[in-house]
Write a protein that binds this ligand. Structure first.
Ligand SMILES: C[S@@+](CC[C@H](N)C(=O)[O-])C[C@H]1O[C@@H](n2cnc3c(N)ncnc32)[C@H](O)[C@@H]1O
Length: 224
């Protein structure tokens, strides 16, 4: 999704998001949203519920022969950033991914037994909107994930909105219906300021849901 990769590149290009340690919540087996952050974050942790997804990320980090080939996406991101050698960037991302860990955003401490200082940045793309059953539940999972951001740190939250159902092609499931102002409001209610949002409206129907668009939110956690 070109628009999203551009937003991520913009967020991490200007030095406006300080810090060393970034946690990505709900990475899936995908690392595309981490290519730009790895320009400036030396330590990235991928947190994911599903073991098969964690295994895929670990395969890519180890450069296993059967790992997914992210090279075309890394080249694409380097091109849109206007930055140099994509092979160096690939290595930089591999080196930056220090850990791939279990997480369950439904828990008050999503990282469970893993003890860690709060992170400079926590990103979560298309995960919290999919996990939440309804709006109060969305607020609760945002609160759980927000607890992982250090005071003064940054949250990057991306959600589909206007979704009433999604389908795996066989069955259809209900989906929490969100809109951009509500997502922004929930972030503010969870102790964040300087909340900025941007919206992308889908122009073609999504194959797996009736999503109307996506909202991209960045916010700074207020000091306690
Ligand atoms: C739609 S995918 C998001 C993928 C990725 N961030 C991206 O941008 O492509 C949602 C991810 O959340 C994970 N997930 C589902 N339930 C979860 C939970 N309770 N806690 C943490 N992650 C969960 C899924 O396994 C899946 O990888």
């Amino acid at each position: 999704m070109a628009w999203l990769l551009e937003k991520v590149a913009d967020t991490f290009a200007g030095g406006d998001v300080p810090g060393d340690r970034l946690l990505d919540v709900g990475t899936r087996p995908a690392i595309h949203n981490l290519i730009s952050p790895a320009r400036c974050f030396r330590s990235i942790t991928c947190a994911e519920f599903c073991q098969a997804n964690r295994v895929e990320v670990e395969k890519w980090v180890r450069d296993d022969g059967d790992a997914f080939d992210w090279d075309p996406i890394i080249k694409y991101v380097c091109k849109l950033e206007g930055t140099g050698n994509w092979k160096e960037r690939k290595e930089a991302l591999r080196n930056a991914i220090e850990a791939v860990v279990f997480c369950d955003v439904r828990e008050k401490n999503p990282l469970g037994a893993l003890t860690s200082d709060p992170y400079d940045v926590v990103s979560s793309v298309f995960t919290l909107c999919g996990v939440a059953k309804d709006r109060p539940d969305f607020s609760a999972v945002v609160s759980n994930v927000a607890s992982l951001v250090k005071p003064g740190g940054t949250m990057v939250l991306v959600c589909d909105f206007g979704v009433t159902y999604y389908t795996d092609g066989t069955s259809t499931y209900p989906h929490c219906v969100l809109d951009a102002p509500y997502v922004k409001q929930v972030v503010e209610e969870n102790g964040f300021g300087d909340v900025k949002d941007d919206v992308f409206l889908y122009t073609t129907p999504c194959p797996h849901s009736d999503a109307k668009g996506l909202v991209y939110v960045t916010a700074r956690k207020l000091e306690e």
